[in-house]
Design a protein around this ligand. Structure first.
Ligand SMILES: [Zn+2]
Length: 217
């Protein structure tokens, strides 16, 4: 992973103040592990934000979360230093391309969001026997969630069985079946955006009860 290594080198912290007073300290101070900061918007190391389609939002995020890093990357000095290495023409072409890419991505994101907001996740408590329940989750796939991975996450979180089951052969509306009644725990996981569930809007989640009919046994 050459990209990551390069990012790591660029993000190396400045030497700490304790290195100045070296009367008792050993000659070679152990270096702290280098921490790479990944962009909270596009997920790439900060050097790569400008190549993505969310550059404007990436910059806003960095300014809000790490203002000192924002200055390092996007202050006038930093930009001037960078400009020195490419021509003005190339720079304006780059900006134009970025604007186009962003407009496209924005339109796409908007359409996707609209579709998502119309989708619904249903968490259903199903009574199998008097004391045994399963929890059936449907609709997560509409939010781009990999159901197999989600089932795995539920299985390890609740130390129970969880699987993906097809509602109808060939259909896309598969469900996840988790052993036990974990309706509210799963709702909470969605609210907290745990792991793979990140991005599923909790407002679109509904919990329903599927009681065994009386005399069903
Ligand atoms: Zn970014």
């Amino acid at each position: 992973m050459g990209k990551k290594q390069r990012a790591a080198a660029a993000a190396a912290p400045a030497p700490g103040p304790e290195e100045a007073e070296s009367s008792t300290a050993p000659a070679a101070e152990p270096r702290l592990p280098v921490e790479v900061i990944y962009c909270g918007v596009c997920g790439w190391p900060l050097e790569y934000c400008e190549f993505g389609s969310t550059f404007t939002r990436c910059k806003e995020w960095l300014g809000a979360e790490h203002s000192e890093l924002f200055d390092k990357y996007y202050s006038e000095d930093a930009l001037a230093a960078k400009l020195g290495t490419i021509s003005l023409e190339a720079q304006s072409k780059l900006e134009e391309d970025t604007a186009k890419k962003e407009a496209k991505a924005e339109a796409r994101a908007e359409a996707e969001l609209k579709k998502k907001m119309e989708s619904q996740v249903v968490i259903k408590r199903v009574e199998r026997t008097k004391r045994k329940h399963v929890t059936v989750i449907s609709g997560l796939d509409k939010f781009g969630i990999d159901l197999k991975k989600a089932a795995k996450q539920f299985a390890s979180k609740f130390a129970t069985g969880a699987s993906v089951s097809k509602v109808t052969a060939g259909a896309t509306d598969d469900e996840i079946v988790v052993q036990g009644d974990v309706c509210y725990e799963i709702l909470e996981m969605i609210e907290d955006g745990v792991g793979i569930l990140k991005g599923v809007p909790a407002d679109n989640v509904e919990i329903v009860e599927d009681k065994k009919k009386k005399g069903g046994n």
